[in-house]
Structure formats: C-alpha cells, structure tokens
Design a protein around this ligand. Structure first.
Ligand code: HPA
Length: 271
C-alpha cells in the first residue's frame, strides 16, 4: 500500500474519533509526556487502535495520541515516540509526522532528553535547538519522493523556525528561566556515546547529543511545517562525568518536568 493511501486511512480514522483542526503538534520526549495530561477536553487514542500506526516499545512511554486544547491552541500530542534504535525503519519513526502534515498541521514542537556536550551546560538545563547534525547514518527521505508532500532536495538552512526560536528566548526571559541553546546531534543509539565520540561531537559543533528528533524534524521540514525543538539536558555526555545510565536520565527529567512543561505551555500561547 502506498504512503498516501495509508495516510488517508489513518487520518480518516482520527477524524472519525474527533480530531479536527490542529494548530500545533507536540512530540513529547522522555519526561515530558505528562504535559498531555493538561490538555483540556482530551480525545485520547492509543497507538495500537490507529490504522498503520506503529507501537511504542520503550517503558515509560504511554503510547497514545492526545488531542484537545492547551494554552488556547488546538494541539495533537504524541505521548511516546518511535525510535530508530527500537528497530523501526525511518519510515516508521517519522510516520506520525507524516500524519500531522496530512492533517494540515502548520507547526510542531519536538522535545527530547539529551546529553550535554557543551562544557558550560549542567544537567537539568533546557536547551533551545537552533540546528542539528544528522549523525544517524541515514535519512528518512531516502527513497522515492512524493512531490505533492515536499521537494526532492529540501533546504535545511533554517530547519528550526527562526521566529519560534525568538519566541522561545523571549518566553524564557519573561519567565526568568535559563534557556541554553545549541546544536543537537542525533545518533542512532542505543549505546550512549564513547568519550572519543563526544570529543568528536564537540569538535564538529554539537552542544548536545541524543537518539531521536532529527528524523522527525527532517520530515517536518520536508512537509513545510514550522519546527521548534527543545532538549532537556539530563546528564553530561560520556567522558564528562564518571558513567551514564538511563536512571539518571529519568531522574533529571522528573526533576525538571514542571519547568519544562511550564515553558512549553507559555511558548504555545505565542505560536
Ligand atoms: N547520549 C545520547 N542520548 C541521550 C543522552 C546521552 O548522553 N542522555 C539522554 N539521551
């Protein structure tokens, strides 16, 4: 079955379930999933009910779409995303973004947990993503291009919307909240990086590393969506602290989530 047919079936189902206009799509990474609980008059749809939708395998991710009103905007949130390291193809990882685009969603906020590479960062910092480095060794747009969705060779010069970046900075200032900024480098995982890889990451201009986001952003840009990205720096990257583990990542997201949620809600008001 071709992509367009699948998308028609998926969006047809979602519309039947009550999903109407979407102003902003949200991909809620580790720790931020709770934001979906604040959506008013929610329509909640489990991924396993949705035709052609993949199923999330990572513990701690709810695996559902939540639609409703948040900060005066109609939002469609993904509580739990699909990672490449789970064995999903890039097509599967980015299918939800294709769905958002098929629903005519103009904007997307992408969030994640990331390791800090910039030596001035501290675990618990939030980082506005100003650009990214695709270090996943592949690209979700490899394969035939559907010119009705987007161009064969998308321009990535301003992948992260410049006005949204400014809005995020101003919102953080208004909230008296420190917002770091920098370049997110996406690797496949599931291993954390080696110290040598982190030295390379820093040398080539990365401020943070993580295992998601890049594929979704590429597909968002391809389909003409305005993208805002925010990372939660959950730990310092390999070689910058004694050892790394998932528990620390979860602990930090737990510690920071109230601030993270407040920032995203406040930014939404201005979008
Ligand atoms: N590396 C890669 N992904 C991550 C990290 C890290 O240090 N922390 C949270 N996600």
């Amino acid at each position: 079955m071709d992509l367009q047919t699948k998308l028609n079936e998926t969006t047809g189902f979602l519309k039947e379930k009550g999903i109407g206009q979407v102003d902003v799509a949200l991909i809620l990474g580790s720790g931020l999933g709770e934001l979906a609980e604040e959506i008013n008059t929610p329509v909640i749809i489990s991924y396993d009910e949705i035709p052609h939708f993949p199923i999330s395998t990572v513990a701690g991710h709810a695996g559902q779409l939540v639609y409703g009103e948040l900060s005066g905007k109609k939002v469609l949130a993904m509580q739990g995303r699909f990672h490449f390291y789970e064995g999903n193809t890039m097509e599967v990882v980015t299918y939800p973004v294709r769905v958002f685009s098929a629903l005519n969603t103009p904007s997307i906020i992408v969030t994640n947990a990331a390791g800090g590479v910039n030596e001035s960062f501290t675990p618990g910092d939030l980082m506005l993503i100003t650009d990214h480095i695709n270090f996943m060794g592949t690209n979700p747009l490899i394969g035939p291009n559907d010119d009705k969705i987007g161009p064969r060779f998308p321009d990535m010069s301003r992948a992260y919307d410049v006005e949204y970046q400014q809005l995020a900075r101003e919102t953080a200032r208004f909230m008296d909240l420190k917002l770091q900024e920098g370049v997110y480098m996406g690797l496949t995982g599931p291993t954390y990086e080696t110290p040598a890889e982190i030295r390379m990451a820093r040398t080539i201009g990365a401020s943070a590393v993580g295992m998601s986001t890049v594929p979704e952003v590429i597909v968002g840009v391809h389909s003409g969506m305005r993208v805002l990205g925010i990372s939660c720096i959950t730990n310092m990257a390999a070689g910058m602290q004694v050892s790394l583990n998932h528990e620390e990542v979860v602990e930090t997201t737990e510690r920071v989530k109230e601030t993270f949620k407040a920032l995203v809600k406040e930014i939404l008001k201005g979008m």
